[in-house]
Design a protein around this ligand. Structure first.
Ligand code: SAM
Length: 221
């Protein structure tokens, strides 16, 4: 996808390269992740009044009082998924579509669910305009998306009170689920690997702060 549709894009490209360097300095070493972040025009996933802040390593507001995750968080979650090109990945919490685009740039087959209808419609249109091909759905992602299961990897981009059973069961053997779990103040990044039909191994990583995962196996609305 070309991002050079007007002269201003060159400025954003320079800022994007600086962001990639910043993420490398913060310990993101996965080349596929860094290259994907270097390609996705993050400013186009937010309102134009925020474009000047798009390449700062911070979360920013999007519609429906939600956020586009901090680039470091997107990079770290993408890295923890340990995905290979061609793998099938389910994202819970499409939001702006930025994380989904990073995964698409990593050559994954992306499926993504968003619970807010308005956000889902806006993002569907945006991703289409940007030329990304992925399967999107509006609904409660804590239930997963059984029609396309099993997945090689599942990423949850909102903070969950518990790990939804449906997501664990929609992984292939060897599949990875990356999900922030905790209370409303802080969540631990968990990676759950399905090692057999009835066995999962858990690993935990540093703390993060996400907007809440709301749904049957999430927080109440
Ligand atoms: N991945 C997004 C991006 O790149 O912009 C960031 C998402 S934002 C931090 C979390 C999103 O999860 C919000 O858009 C929120 O509406 C959505 N969400 C919360 N609970 C959900 C659920 N049960 N199913 C699907 N989406 C949910």
């Amino acid at each position: 996808m070309s991002v050079f549709s007007n002269p201003q894009d060159k400025v954003f490209e320079v800022r994007r390269k600086a962001l990639v360097k910043e993420l490398l300095g913060k310990g993101i070493f996965n080349n596929a992740v860094l290259e994907a972040i270097g390609r996705v025009p993050r400013h186009l996933y937010m309102e134009s009044g925020l474009h000047h802040r798009a390449y700062e390593d911070i979360a920013l507001p999007i519609a429906m009082r939600q956020t586009i995750s901090q680039p470091y968080t997107v990079a770290r979650q993408s890295e923890l998924l340990e995905i290979k090109p061609g793998e099938k990945v389910l994202e819970i919490g499409t939001g702006s579509g930025y994380q989904a685009s990073v995964l698409a740039e990593m050559k994954c087959r992306v499926y993504s669910i968003e619970r807010h209808r308005e956000l889902y419609e806006m993002t569907r249109q945006r991703l289409q305009q940007l030329g990304y091909k992925m399967e999107l759905k509006c609904g409660d992602g804590t239930l997963g998306w059984s029609a396309y299961a099993p997945y090689d990897a599942i990423i949850v981009t909102a903070g969950a009170p518990v790990v939804p059973e449906a997501l664990k069961n929609q992984l292939v053997i060897g599949g990875r689920l990356v999900i922030p779990v905790g209370d409303d103040k802080e969540q631990t990044m968990m990676r759950i690997i399905r090692t057999a039909a009835d066995r999962w191994e858990e690993q935990s990583f540093a703390g993060f702060k996400f907007v809440p995962l709301i749904g049957k196996d999430g927080w109440d609305e």
